[in-house]
Design a protein around this ligand. Structure first.
Ligand SMILES: C[S@@+](CC[C@H](N)C(=O)[O-])C[C@H]1O[C@@H](n2cnc3c(N)ncnc32)[C@H](O)[C@@H]1O
Length: 224
């Protein structure tokens, strides 16, 4: 257990709580911060993905929209961002306005639990730093699987792995009502959701900028 010095101030908590669903001015501020602080994690994660020029991609929990922007440079096809936060949708829209105007990008407000897409729509569906907050990971992953094309890929990227002795992590879990999954849990739950060929990559979090919850990086690739 870490000592009391590491427990966050109320001001810090008021900001961090927006990670679950960014709202208002503080949500806007946190999205800016996450766009920067998650960059090295996202680059590491995406380095494990093979993206073809004709892939249609959806980023769930797109937050400030930097991964939508990244994918627009990696495929010539369409990239979608989805988030249930109005502020996140506004921010992602502003960042990707040029691609939206060209008809190459759509940012949609919605929940992972009820994706507003037809079956078999996407080649790749990603979630960066978001699955902690999904209400029912197995059922929500089934919903992701539904809108993936046959052989499509679900990709998850997190900068937290469970660490029971870590007081700061426990405080964060309680504050955000989040769930942090291990490699074994991802493997078990994604299998239960119907995925196969599940591969996990992990590394220590030493390259992280923001050490709020960094106990190690993990990314998971699962095939429909
Ligand atoms: C910690 S932020 C990460 C944002 C961005 N992906 C990044 O890496 O910077 C989590 C995001 O997931 C979104 N989110 C959480 N639960 C969601 C759900 N059930 N459906 C849609 N979006 C969700 C939140 O609104 C928030 O924008």
């Amino acid at each position: 257990m870490s000592d009391n010095k590491s427990i966050r101030s109320q001001e810090e908590k008021d900001l961090i709580i927006n990670a679950r669903k960014p709202e208002g001015e503080l949500g806007d501020q946190l999205l800016d911060r996450m766009n920067e602080s998650h960059e090295s994690l996202a680059r590491w994660g995406v380095s494990h993905l093979d993206i073809a020029k004709d892939d249609v991609i959806l980023d769930i929990g797109c937050g400030g929209g930097v991964n939508v922007e990244r994918f627009l440079k990696m495929t010539d096809n369409k990239v979608y961002g989805l988030d249930y936060s109005e502020v996140a949708v506004e921010k992602s829209t502003r960042l990707n306005q040029a691609a939206i105007d060209e008809g190459r990008c759509e940012i949609i407000q919605g929940s992972v639990s009820e994706l507003p897409f037809e079956d078999n729509t996407f080649d790749i569906i990603t979630g960066f730093e978001t699955v902690y907050f999904w209400p029912d990971f197995i059922n929500d992953s089934k919903e992701v699987r539904r809108v993936l094309k046959d052989d499509g890929i679900m990709f998850i990227c997190n900068e937290a792995i469970p660490n029971e002795g870590d007081g700061r992590q426990k405080e964060l879990i309680d504050l955000l009502e989040m769930k942090i999954y291990s490699e074994d849990q991802f493997d078990e739950y994604l299998r239960e959701a119907g995925f196969s060929d599940i591969i996990c990559f992990s590394k220590d979090g030493s390259d992280s900028v923001d050490r709020e919850l960094v106990t190690g990086w993990i990314c998971v690739i699962a095939r429909k």
